[in-house]
Design a protein around this ligand. Structure first.
Ligand SMILES: [Zn+2]
Length: 276
């Protein structure tokens, strides 16, 4: 599932592929992918989504690709731009379309064809006024966990809650971009158990966690940066993470078997020996 690192890699790809001075031509394969707001629900599709893309965006040139948390803002030189959310399984690829399934939108740029593929259909494109793209992109989000990392005291203030620290880290209003995998890994780096109440962390632990979050994001970017991103949930993927999805496997730091439990409906993974 895409979190900040995968969305940042998608941003870099879209920038490289489309901010070329060439005009873009969109073909909507699945009309329900074009939504009136950022939503994981195909029921929020725009009734006129297909014509919105063909009339408002076709022929425009991309001038930038922005990112805030797990959202992308694809800025065009016309009055309408696009917000993009990858949802649970979405990705942009530049491959021969004959070998792809679950294609939702295609974009022609010069001689190359980009495809938005999304088997689970939680991803979406949202046409918004270009002048308001930045406002739409950042609406309701806390500071970006990679671009605007917090120090210990500010993270402690942002995460002021009696809830489990891992669940609190997933709240995009507090900080933007961290999902279930990055939260598990950052907590492992910081030596903090995911089920601990956020309010119980010490000053030292907040400082360790504040440092661990951007470190973990940069580490993931580095591991995944070459070639096409493969999500851990995809068949045949390899799992590069220390604790996420590693129940029963030895902790890379102390070799104790990794534990798993469910917090707020999401799986948590941690080392029972070196996360206190
Ligand atoms: Zn350990």
């Amino acid at each position: 599932m895409p979190e900040l690192p995968e969305v940042e890699l998608a941003r870099r790809d879209l920038y490289r592929w489309t901010v070329t001075g060439e005009s873009l031509s969109f073909t909507t394969v699945d009309a329900k992918t074009v939504r009136g707001k950022l939503s994981t629900n195909p029921k929020d599709a725009l009734i006129d989504g297909v014509s919105r893309l063909s009339e408002d965006v076709n022929g425009c040139r991309a001038v930038n690709v922005l990112r805030a948390g797990k959202r992308l803002g694809w800025q065009f030189d016309g009055p309408v731009s696009l917000l993009v959310h990858l949802g649970m399984s979405g990705k942009w690829v530049s491959r021969d379309t004959s070998e792809l399934s679950h294609v939702r939108v295609r974009v022609q740029v010069g001689t190359s064809t980009l495809s938005f593929i999304d088997p689970r259909r939680f991803g979406c494109l949202v046409p918004v006024p270009t002048a308001a793209l930045g406002e739409w992109l950042n609406r309701g989000l806390g500071p970006d966990a990679l671009e605007h990392p917090m120090d210990g005291p500010s993270l402690s203030r942002a995460c002021n809650s009696r809830g489990a620290i891992k669940t609190v880290l997933l709240d995009q209003k507090r900080l933007a971009g961290v999902g279930n995998i990055q939260a598990a890994e950052a907590l492992w780096r910081a030596g903090v158990r995911p089920g601990r109440a956020a309010s119980s962390l010490t000053e030292f632990e907040w400082a360790a966690l504040a440092a661990a979050i951007p470190e973990q994001l940069r580490w993931t970017l580095d591991v995944e940066k070459d070639g096409e991103v493969v999500y851990v949930s995809e068949w045949g993927s390899r799992n590069p993470f220390a604790v996420y999805g590693q129940e029963g496997e030895p902790c890379p730091r102390c070799t104790a078997p990794i534990s798993r439990a469910v917090h707020s409906g999401r799986s948590s993974f941690w080392c029972p020996d070196c996360q206190g």
